[in-house]
Design a protein around this ligand. Structure first.
Ligand SMILES: Cc1cc2nc3c(=O)[nH]c(=O)nc-3n(C[C@H](O)[C@H](O)[C@H](O)COP(=O)(O)O)c2cc1C
Length: 318
């Protein structure tokens, strides 16, 4: 063998990263979760934004909202409690100031919306449908930090009616983001699917609280808040598994994902794509790391595409 010119290593087997969520096509399954990535502009010097599988900006509401009183966040042993309260400037300001930048980045932009009632959801969906470049919607019916934030996420029939109303008046693909704070999440997911959802996003934060016993006070101004980060990963995995078993509609896994093993676990459990949330706060480059590692992990799993791995969990329960 020629020592100066060793034979090149054999080419690595090609792996295919694009995934399909109903009518929504994504270049890869690594997205950023709403509320944890600002409007992406803030991250442009840290992240190659064009590599992301999709971007979900902070949830927008019909009218501007100041959000909740401080404190709005509190760290816990293995996660973060937040009670931001959907602080945003309203959909008109979002469309004018943030959407053009977001839509110029390359990855699909899924706009997260939260209405106080079905007409508000429909109105915002119609507004966004008319904007060039929006790839889809995520209906946030799972925010634990605003009054009425989970009204449509805790009842299968209310969820179905809401999704159907939006679907009727808007051509965009629709993801529906559910709360884990229910008894049977698969029932609510079925409602979303019956209403015409293209994908189910699981999960939003888990209701929790933190206490300063010396002052006899809650740490959060809102008293209760939503727990995120590594602490909720097992809950999110369970929700993804239960919903993926119950419906044909694709699932997006969210909750405590920070490593490539986390990503692979969610795919095997039944998620077609994942969103990264809290990890962006302590490592803004986390998504780049995950994208670098994904092809190798898929090869290690012996598959040539993401979709080949989705839902391959084997259980003795069949
Ligand atoms: C500070 C903060 C703000 C959030 N804001 C929103 C939001 O506006 N809309 C939404 O759908 N989810 C919001 N979430 C929830 C995340 O998108 C995600 O569902 C949740 O944090 C679980 O994922 P993680 O453990 O990777 O963070 C927020 C989470 C955090 C930590």
């Amino acid at each position: 063998m020629n020592q100066e010119h060793p034979a090149p290593p054999p080419p690595l087997a090609e792996v295919s990263l694009p995934v399909q969520l109903g009518r929504l096509s994504l270049p890869n399954p690594i997205l950023v979760a709403s509320g944890t990535f600002g409007y992406a502009r803030e991250m442009q010097h840290l992240v190659a934004l064009d590599r992301l599988g999709g971007i979900l900006p902070k949830t927008v509401t019909r009218q501007p909202r100041p959000g909740n009183a401080p404190w709005r966040t509190a760290e816990t042993a293995a996660g973060l409690l937040n009670a931001i309260g959907l602080d945003n400037d309203g959909i008109d300001a979002f469309i004018a100031h943030h959407l053009p930048y977001l839509c110029g980045l390359g990855p699909p932009v899924l706009v997260s919306i939260a209405g106080r009632n079905p007409p508000e959801f429909v109105e915002m969906a119609e507004q966004l449908d008319a904007q060039p470049g929006v790839a889809g919607l995520e209906l946030n019916i799972s925010c634990p930090n605003v009054t009425g934030g989970v009204d449509y996420g805790t009842s299968a029939s209310a969820c179905q009616q809401l999704v159907a109303a939006v679907r009727q008046r808007c051509q965009l693909p629709i993801c529906v983001k559910l709360t884990p704070n229910v008894t049977r999440i698969a029932d609510v997911a079925r409602g979303a699917c019956d209403g015409g959802a293209d994908a189910i996003s699981l999960i939003n934060t888990v209701l929790g609280m933190a206490v300063d016993w010396r002052r006899r006070r809650p740490l959060l101004g809102n008293v209760v808040g939503g727990l995120s980060g590594p602490a909720i990963k097992p809950i999110a995995l369970r929700c993804v598994y239960q919903v993926a078993q119950a419906v044909e509609t694709p699932v997006i896994g969210i909750g405590g994902i920070a490593t490539i093993d986390d990503v692979m676990e969610f795919l095997v459990a039944g998620a077609t794509a994942v969103q990264i949330g809290t990890a962006n706060y302590y490592d803004p480059t986390v998504t780049m790391r995950l994208l670098d590692a994904l092809p190798g992990a898929l090869r290690e799993a012996g598959v040539s595409s993401v979709s080949e791995l989705v839902g391959t969990l084997e259980t003795s329960r069949g």
